[in-house]
Design a protein around this ligand. Structure first.
Ligand code: ZN
Ligand code: ZN
Length: 220
C-alpha cells in the first residue's frame, strides 16, 4: 500500500511551488522508505524550479535531508528499520570496475529508486537530485542512505548530503589544501562556509573569506 503524504512540488517553470499530496510506494527490492525529519533549502532547488536543471516537471524538491528508515524492501542489508540516515544523491553499484578499485565516485552504474513517487492523479514526480525530500516520507535506493550518529540533530546532519560535502570536498579533495597553506574562499554561503571549515581541518594557516554580504562574513 502506497503512503499518502504531503510534499513541496514545482509543477511548472518559474511558477510558485505548491503543497501537494504525494503517493510514496512501498519499497521494492533494494529500496527504502525514509521518514524525513529535516531537509535543508539549497539553491539547486531554485534552479530546478526555474527549469535550469531539466524540463522534467513536476519536481519533488529537497535533497539535503536526514531521517529515519521506515521500511525496507527485499534484499536490503546496509540499513534496517529505525536507522538514522543522511540521504545522498545516487547509490553506487559496488560491483563495476571503478567500485572494485575503491573509487565509487567514478561508479559506472549509479542509481536511484526504481519506482516513481507520484501525485494523487498518478503523474510521476521527478525527485530533485534523485532524492525529493521536502516531503514527509521519500523513496530512495538503499545505497542512498548513510547511517550517522543519532545524536546529530537532523537539521545539521542533513546538510552533510549536499552543502557540507560540496564545500568540504572542494577544500580537502579538489584543492587538496594542506598544512600551512593560504586559502581564499569566494562566497561565504553554506558551501563556502564548509570550504572554510575544510581548509581549517586541513591545517591552512590563513583563510580569507570573500563576500559582498556582511551577514555572511559574520557567519564565516
Ligand atoms: Zn544542494
Ligand atoms: Zn559501481
Amino acid at each position: 500500500m502506497a503512503s499518502e503524504v504531503r510534499g513541496v512540488v514545482a509543477r511548472d517553470k518559474g511558477a510558485p511551488v505548491t503543497m501537494e499530496t504525494v503517493l510514496v510506494p512501498d519499497p521494492g527490492p533494494g529500496e527504502v522508505v525514509v521518514s524525513v525529519q529535516a531537509c535543508g533549502v539549497c539553491h539547486t532547488d531554485l534552479h530546478y524550479r526555474e527549469g535550469g536543471i531539466s524540463a522534467d516537471f513536476p519536481f519533488l524538491l529537497g535533497h539535503e535531508a536526514a531521517g529515519a528508515v521506515e521500511s525496507v524492501g527485499e534484499g536490503v542489508t546496509n540499513v534496517a528499520v529505525g536507522d538514522y540516515v543522511v540521504l545522498n544523491w545516487r547509490a553506487v553499484c559496488g560491483d563495476c570496475r571503478a567500485c572494485r578499485r575503491g573509487r565509487p565516485w567514478y561508479c559506472f552504474a549509479t542509481h536511484n529508486a526504481g519506482q516513481p513517487m507520484t501525485l494523487a492523479d498518478g503523474t510521476e514526480l521527478s525527485p530533485a537530485l534523485g532524492i525529493g525530500a521536502f516531503v514527509e516520507k521519500t523513496l530512495v535506493a538503499a545505497g542512498q542512505c548513510t547511517k550517522v550518529d543519532p545524536r546529530a540533530r537532523p537539521e545539521v546532519a542533513g546538510l552533510l548530503g549536499c552543502g557540507v560535502m560540496a564545500g568540504l570536498g572542494a577544500a580537502l579533495n579538489t584543492a587538496a589544501v594542506s598544512r600551512g597553506d593560504s586559502v581564499a574562499v569566494i562566497g561565504c554561503g553554506g558551501v563556502g562556509d564548509a570550504a572554510i571549515m575544510g581548509a581549517r581541518l586541513a591545517g591552512a594557516a590563513t583563510v580569507i573569506g570573500v563576500d559582498v554580504d556582511d551577514r555572511k562574513l559574520d557567519w564565516a
